[in-house]
Structures are given as C-alpha cells and as structure tokens.
Write a protein that binds this ligand. Structure first.
Ligand SMILES: Cc1cc2nc3c(=O)[nH]c(=O)nc-3n(C[C@H](O)[C@H](O)[C@H](O)COP(=O)(O)OP(=O)(O)OC[C@H]3O[C@@H](n4cnc5c(N)ncnc54)[C@H](O)[C@@H]3O)c2cc1C
Length: 440
C-alpha cells in the first residue's frame, strides 16, 4: 500500500453458507469459465463465483479481443478443446474472424499485411507469418460464456467478491465472499483460483511473486472511414464489426509509471489517469488522422489491462529455459505470440501449490517465470489451463479432494478426449539452454 496502514481488530463471527458444492471456481474470466464448463461436463457439481456481473474478465471487460497463441506460428494448431469450441461457436454467431487454414504459417507479404491489420500478427523477422489467431466481438463472447455455463449446469453466482480462504482443522473448506447481502461462505471440496491475481492463493498463505506493470486501457471506436484511415497509417485494428476499430492504447501515451495491480490505491489512481489519457489520445487522433474526424467512441474497456500481477510459486515454476521441452505431466501446450516455432508445454505441477492439496490455479497467475508468463498469460492458454484444472478437480473428488493424487495419465487421457492437443512433435534442437526452477 502507498498509504500507511494501521489495523482494526474484528470480532470472530459466524458466516452464513450460501452454497455447498464439489468444485468452487473463483473468478469468471476465460480460465474460470473453461474450468467451470470442463468440470461440470465431466460430472462435478460446480459453483462459479465472479465479482462483477458478466463473464470473460479481460477477454471481454478488458476489450482484449484477440485470441493469440492457438498455433505454433508455423501452421500447426497447439490449442484446441474448449478454446476451439468457443472460436467455432463465436464464428457461427457472426462474432469471430480468423485466417483460413490454407493461410496458416504463410510469410507471403500481402497476406501478412492483411491479417496484421486485424491484430493477428505480432513479432518481427522470421516470426512475421500468418497465424491461427482470432479477432472476436466481446459481446458475442459474453453471451456465449453465459450459454456454455448454463448448458453445463454450473451454478453461476455474480457479485461475489472472493476474499478469505476458510479452513477447518487446517484443511481448506471453502471461501468467504463479500456480497450486497453481507459476508457469505461457499463450501467446496476443491477450490480453483481463476482470479487472475491469485487472490484466493494469497489469502490461503500460498507464496507468490508480484510484478509491477504498466496498466493498459483498450478501447473501440466507430464511424471511421476505414480505407482512408488505414492508408494514413492509423494505429488501430479492424474488428468483426464494419466501420469499428480496436485501439490497443498504451504503447505511445501510456501511464509513465508501473503500478502494483493488487494495491487499491495505485489501482484507483491508474483507473483515473488511464481514462483521462485515452480521452486525450482519442481527441488527438480525431484531429490528426484522416478518416477519423467523425469517429466516435464505442466504449472504453471497463477493466484496466493488467498483464501481470501475482504469479504462483507452485510445485514447478515453468521457465524460459524450458521452452520447446515436453513434460510427462503436460496438460496444455501453447504457442508464443511473437515467436514462430516456439512453444511451451505446461506441466500439471505449475497449477498446484505446496501448501493445500485441494487448491489449484488456472489462467494468467499459474506458476511460471516472468518471461514465460508472456506466453502463458494469453487467452487460449488461460482457457487450456482452465480446462485442465476443471477436469483435474473432478478427478480429485475420487481421491478425497487431493489434486496431487490425481493420476496424470488419466487426466491427460480425459483432456485428449475433450479435444486438448498434447502430442506436439517437440524439436529438441530448439530448446533453450539454462536451468529450470523446480519447487520453491
Ligand atoms: C494489455 C493486454 C494485452 C493483451 N493482449 C492479448 C492478446 O492480444 N491476446 C491474448 O490472447 N491475450 C492477451 N492478453 C492476455 C489476456 O487478456 C489475459 O491474460 C487473460 O484474459 C487472463 O484470463 P484469466 O481468466 O486468467 O484472468 P482474467 O481475465 O483477469 O479473469 C479473472 C476474473 O476473475 C474475477 N475476479 C478477480 N478477482 C476476484 C475475486 N477476488 N473474487 C471474485 N472474482 C474475481 C475478475 O472479475 C475476472 O472476471 C493481454 C492482456 C493485456 C492486459
């Protein structure tokens, strides 16, 4: 905290129990939705608790509307399963755009230029190739997530802010939430932390690393004369909605200092400052970029773009030195959004903590180092680790809720059965040199 803190002693209290379930998932972002749907589809009773009133997290509320890292950058998909289902269903609803299969991996200049205009190609040099990446409409994703959660029979609870891990005789027995009705508890046999910030892990005393970052704030604008503005070099991306553009603001006019995204005071200052800077920047673009004079704001992201905050220090900390290496317990494989040909296998151990057998992480705060996080934070990877955590949680119910006792072969078989791709032909010659970090 930037303000000095004193403390207040609170009396012990009884907290009413709002729900009891097999699997409690805290955080309804892309990882949380995937975990909930995956666990419910294989037969677990699931509660999904989300602090806001809609699903998707940064993938909707943050307007980060690009699925990158679905492929290895050379034309081979590495993430499928739930992420592929989401893509196909958004496309059928008219809310997704991606290159056809025959273009994947191509470095042909005009194709690269076309898809780069959609924000689907990043990185330079040999990595400037057409990727299997997807631009989508956040409202289509929001509606789809509601639909998928409901179809799977998940009990969805909005407006629950997950605060405190609850223990009985030293064992994690659920989470206490702040709600409009007061403090309420949800009891569960397994808890999945998909808050993006590792809030439940922090409350349960699990060690994590915290990163200070530049916050971003993406926005969308309409009423743009596309061809004129694009010809003039307008720094925005096309979207599936004609005449509407996505502005990944932050690169030029971003806040000039890093913040701790878990500090409420720093977050509040950043919210105000970023919104002011976006308004200024948009006004400048309207004045200076041909084709944008009559442009209007369709919406500024409701959530700050927090790339990174806390990261779990789990059973295995996946490092950059382990890029292009397979693991016996790999539960997902992800591409890298700026590097063609480089992939990470994510071990199951990078989702687990030392401290509590029935607590697991999925999404952007899994146990990886800062550089690896650059790849594993991407939405498809968050969906893939969510899917794995959901299925692992269901399997753990047969082992007394102990996630470490889950048979990895069974978990991987179940993941393959539900569409996950785990059999990538790793090229050992691409493995980086360096040491790995196992355990803490
Ligand atoms: C600027 C920026 C650009 C990016 N670009 C891309 C890109 O182009 N492509 C890409 O694929 N990825 C990109 N990413 C990464 C990606 O958007 C995120 O890492 C990913 O969406 C994280 O998903 P998640 O489900 O792990 O977490 P989140 O999306 O953060 O979801 C966490 C959810 O938990 C809820 N929550 C949090 N705390 C609590 C609590 N205590 N109690 C209850 N609920 C809680 C939140 O409201 C939210 O719904 C980018 C990220 C940023 C910030």
């Amino acid at each position: 905290m930037t303000n000095p803190m004193t403390s207040v002693r609170e009396p012990a209290r009884d907290t009413p129990v709002l729900a009891e379930t097999d699997v409690l998932i805290v955080g309804g972002g892309s990882a949380g939705v995937a975990a909930a749907v995956a666990a419910a589809r294989v037969g677990a009773r699931v509660v999904l608790a989300e602090r806001y009133g809609s699903l998707g997290g940064l993938a909707t509320g943050g307007l980060i509307v690009l699925l990158l890292t679905l492929d290895d950058g050379l034309g081979r998909p590495v993430i499928a399963g739930l992420c592929e289902e989401i893509t196909q269903r958004m496309q059928r609803a008219g809310g997704a755009y991606f290159p056809p299969h025959e273009h994947w991996g191509s470095d042909e200049g005009s194709l690269v230029d076309t898809y780069a205009r959609w924000g689907l190609i990043w990185g330079g040099g040999g990595s400037r190739r057409v990727r299997y990446s997807v631009a989508y409409d956040p409202e289509v994703m929001r509606a789809l997530f509601n639909e998928m959660v409901s179809e799977a029979g998940v009990e969805l609870l909005f407006h629950l802010w997950g605060g405190d891990a609850l223990f009985s005789d030293g064992a994690l027995e659920g989470v206490a939430f702040q709600t409009k009705a007061g403090r309420r508890a949800v009891r569960a046999r397994v808890v999945i932390d998909t808050t993006g910030d590792g809030d439940i892990l922090a409350s349960a005393g699990v060690p994590q690393e915290t990163e200070r970052i530049h916050p971003w704030l993406w926005y969308r604008a309409g009423g743009i004369e596309m061809s004129t503005a694009l010809e003039a070099g307008g720094a925005f991306f096309r979207t599936p909605n004609p005449g509407q553009a996505l502005f990944p603001w932050g690169s030029a006019a971003r806040l000039d200092r890093k913040i701790d995204p878990t500090d409420p005071v720093e977050l509040s200052e950043a919210e105000v400052a970023c919104r002011r800077l976006v308004m200024q920047e948009f006004e400048r673009l309207r004045e200076q970029v041909p084709g944008m004079r009559d442009a209007h704001l369709c919406g500024i992201a409701t959530q700050l773009g927090i790339t990174e905050s806390r990261r779990l220090l789990g059973l295995h900390v996946l490092t950059r030195a382990e890029m292009n290496r397979d693991f016996d317990d790999a539960i997902a494989i992800t591409g890298h959004w700026t590097r063609a040909g480089d992939v990470y296998a994510i071990p199951y151990r990078s989702l687990l903590c030392h401290e509590h057998p029935n607590l697991i992480a999925a999404g952007r705060h899994i146990s990886v180092d800062h550089r690896t996080h650059n790849a594993t934070k991407e939405i498809p990877a968050c969906i893939a680790t969510g899917q794995a955590a959901g299925i692992a949680a269901r399997l753990a119910l047969d082992c007394g809720g102990d996630l470490r006792k889950v048979e990895v072969t069974r978990l991987r078989d179940e993941l393959r059965r539900t569409g996950a791709l785990l059999d990538y032909p790793f090229d050992p010659s691409r493995s980086a040199r360096g040491s790995s970090r196992t355990g803490v």
